[in-house]
Design a protein around this ligand. Structure first.
Ligand code: SF4
Length: 432
């Protein structure tokens, strides 16, 4: 029996898909590419935008057309929030929300044993409450480690709290135990992921900073990155700890979403532009070469022309290295749908393009500021280029992609390397 998976959305989903793959492999299944014929297809879905949902529907139809006899399981956030829409797609066999998706192997086994042709569509979208630590596999140098799930913030534009439930995590001791397990796999870099990572442990009296301190002690892991942390949760103590820690890297992803206090208020965010700028200044003060990325949503309610111009000026003034820009997209069930001052979709898209160009300029300026410096690089195993002229690649601590002539002895090691025009890898995505 074979299984093929397709994952959309955030790194959390990738870590969870990896966990499922491990379970299926342990049960004797073979893994094949999603473009091949498989007995079971798993689509781990995303609901963050309407575009993400469209990609999910396309992936489901692709799976059904490749093997109409296959069990097609649709799991994750889109499945949680709109099972009805997915159930209407012919050929779907299983729909599991975020609470039940880790039981997929058990449910598939049950369906296979009970004459699938006569069994109705299996749907379970219980409210997500449980938590499972998980980490992605397949890359021998880097893993995405899910340390937290869910969110209590209910930002007015966001459907994620409905899809993933309230904030929860394991204890520090349990999380560190899994980090030690990761270290035994030879993985050198761990990216800490979650929905609202900085709220780790709060429901049980523990704190994110204490987790970072404990993880820093785990032998064998050479590097940690914090995938994303809310501006109001990245305290001076956390920034100072990262600056002086053994293994935490000077690379931050701090969602901003809007450069206007009026819009931030309408978004129900937990900070204002002054706090955000102050956080970034503190980072730059103690880590001048840090890479700092920000998420921005364009065309949210209330962002009139004047507000957008102010917002763009604010973004220009910030010491950020690049932006992740998204045009605002209506999400069913969110408070934003009831708000006034809505912005037309073509305007949202035009502003998004404008900010993508700003992001390119920021990225270029950041890379230029690093030219001639030597930073540490974790070298990956993959060979690039033509035979005889093979190169290897890796990320610097501050997230610049470099290349050098291939040397097998360097795979999985961290070494200093200069940033120059010839060592930089051009045209790469910073979504990785
Ligand atoms: S912090 Fe806001 S944007 Fe992020 S997951 Fe929670 S509700 Fe959504």
């Amino acid at each position: 029996m074979t299984i093929a998976t397709h994952t959309l959305g955030c790194k959390l989903n990738f870590a969870e898909t990896s966990n499922l793959q491990k379970q299926f492999v342990a049960a004797g299944f073979g893994i094949v590419d999603f473009h091949e014929k498989a007995d079971i297809y798993v689509i781990n879905t995303c609901t963050v935008t309407s575009v993400a949902e469209k990609k999910c529907r396309n992936a489901i139809r692709q799976a059904v057309s490749q093997n109409p006899q296959a069990i097609v399981a649709v799991i994750g956030c889109f499945a949680q929030n709109d099972a009805g829409q997915i159930a209407a797609i012919p050929g779907v066999s299983i729909i599991l929300g975020n609470e039940q998706k880790h039981r997929l192997l058990e449910i598939v086994t049950d369906i296979r044993e009970q004459q699938r042709q006569t069994k109705p569509l299996y749907i379970n979208t219980d409210e997500p409450r449980s938590f499972q630590l998980s980490y992605s596999g397949g890359d021998r140098t880097r893993t995405f480690f899910k340390i937290q799930d869910g969110c209590d913030y209910f930002c007015s534009y966001c459907a994620i709290p409905f899809a993933r439930g309230r904030s929860r995590s394991a204890t520090i001791a349990e999380t560190v135990a899994v980090a030690r397990e990761i270290a035994t796999t030879g993985t050198r870099e761990v990216v800490l992921t979650g929905v609202n990572t900085g709220t780790f442990g709060l429901h049980q009296g523990e704190h994110f900073l204490d987790l970072l301190k404990a993880l820093d002690q785990v032998e064998g892991i050479l590097r940690y990155r914090i995938s994303s942390i809310e501006p109001n949760l990245i305290t001076d103590e956390i920034i100072d700890f990262v600056a002086h820690s053994r293994a935490f890297l000077p690379h931050f992803h701090i969602p901003l979403q809007a450069g206007s206090d009026k819009v931030l208020k309408m978004m129900h965010r937990h900070y204002d532009t002054a706090l955000y700028a102050e956080r970034l200044q503190h980072i730059r003060g103690v880590m001048p070469d840090a890479c700092i990325a920000a998420d921005v949503i364009t065309g949210f309610n209330g962002e009139d022309d004047e507000t957008f111009v102010q917002s763009k000026q604010y973004l220009e003034s910030l010491p950020i290295s690049y932006l992740h820009v998204f045009p605002y997209s209506d999400r069913p069930g969110t408070h934003a749908l009831k708000m006034p001052e809505r912005i037309e979709i073509p305007i949202r898209k035009a502003r998004s393009q404008e900010l993508h160009q700003l992001s390119d300029r920021k990225r270029q300026a950041f890379v230029e500021s690093q030219m001639g410096k030597t930073r540490t690089v974790l070298w990956e195993h993959t060979r690039h280029g033509a035979p005889g002229q093979e190169t290897m690649q890796g990320w610097t601590d501050n997230y610049i992609r470099l290349q050098r002539p291939y040397d097998e002895t360097l795979c999985g090691t961290v070494t200093p390397y200069p940033i120059t025009n010839s060592t930089i890898v051009e045209n790469i995505s910073f979504e990785d």
